[in-house]
Design a protein around this ligand. Structure first.
Ligand code: ZN
Length: 138
């Protein structure tokens, strides 16, 4: 099964924890043992897995990406958002997590983050869950 998860972003750059929304898709799928793929079908938004405990990790990631790849007028791309496109290529458009006993098998401090690089916008990601469902006991 594949599901689309809608995400409303609120600023130009932002990391949003979407772990709970992805877990809900797994719950609906009924898969107990398998893999979950999260794909972001946008060219200026991405997905990454990183620390959820200290929000300053998120802030540092976004601030440092912004320092490494500042918006510049010298980019060739006429939309003027080449910094956003470059950040997506560095961050990645998909993530894969194992599903174990029906749960995302993330580390204690890990979450799945939707990365907005050219917001605010209405965004989406697609989630595919593949695996074995509960076998009824006979
Ligand atoms: Zn563009």
């Amino acid at each position: 099964m594949k599901e689309t998860v809608m995400i409303q972003t609120h600023s130009r750059v932002e990391m949003i924890d979407i772990t709970a929304k992805i877990q809900e898709v797994i719950d609906r799928s009924g898969v107990r043992d398998g893999i979950c793929v999260v794909f972001v079908p946008h060219t200026t938004a991405a997905v990454t897995i990183n620390e959820n405990a200290d929000p300053d990790v998120r802030n540092d990631i976004m601030a440092h990406l912004g320092e490494m790849i500042p918006p510049r007028r010298s980019f060739l791309h006429v939309e003027g958002n080449s910094d956003s496109h470059i950040k997506v290529s560095l961050t990645g458009s998909s993530g894969t997590v194992m599903v174990d006993e029906g749960r995302l098998d993330l580390g204690t401090w890990q979450s799945i983050f939707f990365c907005e690089f050219d917001g605010p916008r209405n965004r989406r990601c697609t989630v595919k869950v593949i695996g074995e469902k509960d076998v009824p006991h006979s």
